[in-house]
Write a protein that binds this ligand. Structure first.
Ligand code: BGC
Length: 385
């Protein structure tokens, strides 16, 4: 990186680049003059590590990052790790060995990459954490993500709106006094985002639990109990089945389930339908939230089965990560819009946060189809083409 950027960057920009990557002090504006003039973009390789292909969003993320970087002329080494931590660490080791100049990493376990990042730092390779914060390392140079607490707030709010406790404007509906039974699910405990989503959602739900409007009938409310390792749909289905047996087999009504991710939502819905609830909301299926606007869930929302999801436009996140990678390559300091929230246990990582949208059935056309995220045919079939 240092050698190539020495050639690519202007003298002043180089110093900034090294300061930004290495965490050094304010760089002098006088740097080394490049030896060989302009470096060809095709000499720069960006390693892109993605967690899994089992969820569409990561496929969309990976493709968008790859296409955008290739359009700028860079080489891209895109790898998926099948949600397996050793596979991801090996892939990143390999990227470093084969000469990656920048790393963009969506981690599986945010705490498992410390030694990889030490190697990257030793070779002045800037590391961009993609969507998920990499923890316990000083060698994370930048974080691009969505506003994860806001995602949770949107999920909690969507649960209340789906249940008719809030109207579309977010105002409390007077005659929805409850008490309503709900259950809570959170994401993977090794993903830093999962805690933000849960805290955001609980910031909305807890006051209504406290005033008796909502009752978590199982009593399972702490993060570790409600978390879902690796965001597994199967694990969520089986926890929901257990909850139905332990808590609702006496015929108690379940009004809603907080779900942090569409895969988990579908597992929950399968369990609910499995005991004869629904099959859709109109026929009494409990309100289930989601995240990611996965096509299978968008179809379920369109069909009145899943209540809502949160749309994170992965194209925008990919674009942002490319802007940041480009800044590092150009020897500039990437622009952050949050320098307070994301403490990774060692340092606060400068971040760029994007906004999200809540999707109910009526939002599918304006938010997802008009923006060409999904086509109307894909929404109807539930299958990505
Ligand atoms: C992402 C979510 C996604 C989840 C499961 C999280 O880190 O922020 O968008 O639903 O992982 O893949």
């Amino acid at each position: 990186m240092r050698r190539k950027i020495t050639m690519a960057a202007t003298a002043g920009a180089l110093a900034l680049s090294l300061a930004a990557c290495g965490g050094g002090g304010a760089g002098s504006t006088e740097g080394e003059e490049g030896a060989g003039g302009e470096v060809d973009a095709s000499d720069i390789t960006v390693g892109v590590a993605m967690p899994t292909e089992t969820s569409e969003r990561w496929i969309a993320d990976g493709n968008a990052v790859k296409d955008g970087l290739e359009a700028l002329g860079y080489q891209v080494d895109l790898q998926y790790a099948g949600d397996d931590i050793p596979t991801q660490t090996q892939q990143i080791d390999q990227m470093i060995t084969s000469g990656a100049d920048v790393l963009i990493i969506a981690s599986i376990d945010g705490t498992a990459l410390t030694s990889q990042l030490e190697n990257a730092a030793a070779q002045d390779i800037p590391v961009i954490a993609y969507d998920r914060l990499i923890r316990d390392s000083e060698n994370v140079d930048f974080y691009v993500t969505f506003d994860n607490f806001a995602v949770g707030v949107a999920q909690g709010t969507a649960l209340l709106r789906g249940m008719g406790i809030l109207d579309a404007a977010g105002t409390r509906v007077a005659d929805a006094a409850g008490p309503f039974n709900i259950e809570l699910f959170a994401g993977s405990p090794d993903d830093n985002n999962a805690g933000f989503f849960f805290e955001g959602a609980m910031s909305v739900l807890q006051p209504l639990i406290d005033d008796g409007t909502l009752v978590v009938k199982s009593g399972q409310t702490d993060f570790d109990t409600v978390a879902t390792l690796r965001w597994s749909q199967e694990a969520a289905q089986s926890r929901m089945e257990n909850l139905l047996t332990s808590t609702y087999s006496d015929g108690s009504m379940l009004a809603g389930v907080l779900s942090p991710f569409d895969g988990i939502s579908r597992g929950i819905i399968t369990a609910l339908q499995g005991v004869g609830m629904g099959p859709d909301i109109e026929a009494g299926l409990p309100i289930v939230t989601g995240q990611d606007a996965e096509i299978a869930s968008v179809k379920l929302i369109n069909d009145g089965v899943q209540s809502s999801t949160i749309f994170k436009d992965t194209r925008k996140l990919a674009e942002q990560s490319i802007t940041v990678a480009q800044a590092f390559i150009d020897g500039e300091e990437p622009e952050a819009n949050d320098t307070e929230t994301y403490d990774n246990g060692i340092k606060v990582v400068p971040s760029y946060l994007l906004t999200v949208d809540t999707v109910f059935a009526e939002d599918i056309a304006p938010l997802l189809v008009d923006s060409e995220y999904w086509t109307a045919d894909e929404v109807a079939s539930g299958v990505a083409e």
